[in-house]
Ligand binder design. Sequence first.
Ligand SMILES: Nc1ncnc2c1ncn2[C@@H]1O[C@H](COP(=O)(O)OP(=O)(O)O)[C@@H](O)[C@H]1O
Ligand SMILES: [Mg+2]
Length: 227
Amino acid sequence: MTGVVRLQNIGKRYGPDADILHDVSMELDAGGFYFLSGLSGAGKTTLLKIIYLAETPSRGIVTLFDTDASLADRETHTALRRRIGIVFQDFRLVDHLSVRDNVALPLRIARAPEREIRENVPELLSWMGLEGKLDLRPATLSGGEQQRVAIARAIVRRPDLLIADEPTANVDGDIAMLLVRVFERINKLGTTVLIATHDVAFARQFAHRRYHLDQGALTLASEGATA
Ligand SMILES: Nc1ncnc2c1ncn2[C@@H]1O[C@H](COP(=O)(O)OP(=O)(O)O)[C@@H](O)[C@H]1O
Ligand SMILES: [Mg+2]
């Protein structure tokens, strides 16, 4: 597998409104680390939703893991989506479940053995600095802690692609830096990473490739570091 995401000439409009995205093409290679920058309202979340198959483009072709999503049936969509971990901007943790059970959820849905869940979930949570929080409810955690739970849940199944929508928007500078370091560690384990941010200056600090959305058009604004 070389191509993780391939968008060809994607257009998107909501109802009768003007185009949010026009003629957007994008390629994410396996093992790559990418930022997606653009002002608030530029269409970043819309583009991410198209990639994780939560929105259908008005035009163009979405290819995920070398499979043309527009031609695929529902089961195939489900299978493709299972290979993607998503950190939503508003976290979407399950309030009545403990931190441990929130993170275990994708494993339970995939019918992973409970023994594996007992071993892996606490290990991942301690890796995220949440070892003392396993049995707490999300509502009792700080925003930054909830975010780390959301990240842990997104990566627990070692997705091929990790998508994070503005994960650094509501945290202090050093926490934002720490989160990028966490994403880089995940990336080193083989997961392709795509992080959306409205903060261009923040993304530019890192030697990663960066796509930029402006007025509905996408450009590769930075090639990243040459290896
Ligand atoms: N479901 C929707 N229906 C109609 N308009 C939408 C919908 N989602 C987003 N938009 C509009 O699309 C534009 C881009 O939004 P969004 O993708 O959320 O941008 P960003 O994530 O870059 O802030 C905005 O003008 C927003 O109001
Ligand atoms: Mg957004």
